[in-house]
Design a protein around this ligand. Structure first.
Ligand code: SF4
Length: 318
C-alpha cells in the first residue's frame, strides 16, 4: 500500500476537474487576522490560506515546519541568513500565505536575491505560481541563450532580474500543469516555448516548439529533452550538461522515504508507463534532480544510479 507523509500536490485545495478554480485571484499578502495559532510568536507568520505546497519548508527549513496539514513558523529567524531564507520563502509562496507583523524593510534586498543560485549557472526562480500548483521553476544562464524551466509567476522584480541576466531564449515546459504565465513570458522576452504535443490544450496551443514521440530530442548540444510519459501522457524532463536533470513531476527526493521516488498518488496518466519511463531514464547519467514538486537531490553519479535503482524497486512494489 502506498503511504507516506510527503505533500506532493496541494490537492485538498485544488480541484483538477474544475480548471477555473486554479485561476482564482491570488491573495496579495498574508492576513494577520488569519494568522495560524500554531505559529511561534514573532514577526513572521503563516496564515490559514496555506495550501501545504512545502516550498517554505525546503527553502527555510529552520524557520518553517508542517503543523497539522499546513505550514507554520516553528522558529523565528535569529541570524541574517535565516531571515533572508525566511523572506525568500515569503516571496516564493504561491498563495502569499506568509506575512510579517511589521512592514518589512528588507523586501528590495530579498527581491534582488532572486533567482537563487543552486550550482554553476543554474538557479531557482522562486515566485512560485498558484496556477502551476506551486511548482518550483528554474533558470539556466548560458552564453547560447538562457532557459526558463517551467513557469514562475510573471512578476516585475523577477522579470527585471531575468532581463539583467540576459533574458530568456527558451521557456521549456515539463508538462501541462506547470505552464502558469507562459504567455506573458513569451510576450515579454520573445522566447520559444517548448512542450510535448500530448500536453497541448487550448491554453498552450500557441507554443512554438511542439515535441512528438518518445525519442529524446537534442535541442542544443548541452540540452537534451527526454520524454517520460506517466505522470501525464506527454511529460518530458530536461537534462542540461549531462549533469542537471529538471524533472517536473516525474521524479523527486522524498524526505519521508529517504530516497528518490515518483508520485503514486498524483499519477494522472499511467503508473506502468511511468515505471517504464523511469527505467529508460535510469540509463542516463546525472548528478542533480531538480523537481517541480518534492525535494531536490544532489549526489555523485554512482550514488545517483543506486538511487534510481532504489526508486524503480520501490515503484515496482506500489
Ligand atoms: S510556501 Fe506558502 S502555501 Fe506553500 S507551504 Fe509555505 S506557507 Fe504554505
Amino acid at each position: 500500500m502506498f503511504y507516506h507523509t510527503d505533500p506532493i500536490y496541494p490537492s485538498s485545495r485544488y480541484d483538477r476537474t474544475t480548471p477555473s478554480s486554479w485561476l482564482q485571484p491570488r491573495f496579495t499578502m498574508a492576513r494577520l487576522a488569519e494568522r495560524r495559532p500554531q505559529n511561534t510568536d514573532g514577526d513572521i507568520y503563516v496564515d490559514n490560506s496555506c495550501i501545504d505546497c512545502d516550498t517554505c519548508r525546503w527553502m527555510a527549513p529552520t524557520v518553517y515546519g508542517r503543523v497539522g496539514d499546513q505550514s507554520a513558523v516553528t522558529h523565528q529567524p535569529v541570524s541574517e541568513a535565516e531571515r533572508l531564507a525566511a523572506m525568500q520563502a515569503l516571496l516564493a509562496c504561491p498563495t502569499a500565505s506568509i506575512g510579517t507583523v511589521k512592514p518589512p524593510q528588507d523586501v528590495k534586498a530579498v527581491q534582488a536575491s532572486f533567482p537563487i543560485a543552486i550550482a554553476d549557472s543554474v538557479y531557482h526562480c522562486g515566485y512560485h505560481s498558484e496556477q502551476s500548483y506551486g511548482a518550483a521553476s528554474y533558470f539556466i544562464q548560458r552564453p547560447e541563450g538562457n532557459v526558463l524551466v517551467d513557469s514562475p509567476r510573471f512578476t516585475a522584480p523577477l522579470v527585471k532580474r531575468l532581463e539583467e541576466m540576459g533574458g530568456v531564449r527558451y521557456l521549456y515546459l515539463t508538462h501541462r500543469d506547470d505552464v502558469a504565465d507562459h504567455q506573458a513570458f513569451h510576450d515579454h522576452f520573445g522566447c520559444d516555448r517548448i512542450l510535448h504535443r500530448d500536453e497541448i490544450n487550448s491554453g498552450t496551443a500557441s507554443v512554438e516548439i511542439k515535441l512528438e514521440g518518445l525519442d529524446p530530442v537534442q535541442l542544443e548540444p548541452d540540452l537534451l529533452i527526454i520524454p517520460v510519459p506517466g505522470h501525464t501522457r506527454g511529460h518530458t524532463v530536461l537534462l542540461y550538461q549531462d549533469q542537471f536533470l529538471f524533472t517536473g513531476d516525474h521524479l523527486a527526493w522524498s524526505e519521508s522515504l529517504q530516497h528518490l521516488y515518483a508520485f503514486r498518488s498524483a499519477c494522472w496518466y499511467s503508473w506502468s508507463e511511468l515505471l517504464k519511463s523511469m527505467k529508460r531514464l535510469s540509463h542516463h547519467s546525472f548528478e542533480w534532480v531538480l523537481p517541480g514538486h518534492g525535494r531536490r537531490f544532489w549526489s555523485d553519479r554512482t550514488t545517483m544510479q543506486q538511487q534510481m535503482r532504489l526508486c524503480i524497486e520501490w515503484m515496482e512494489k506500489q
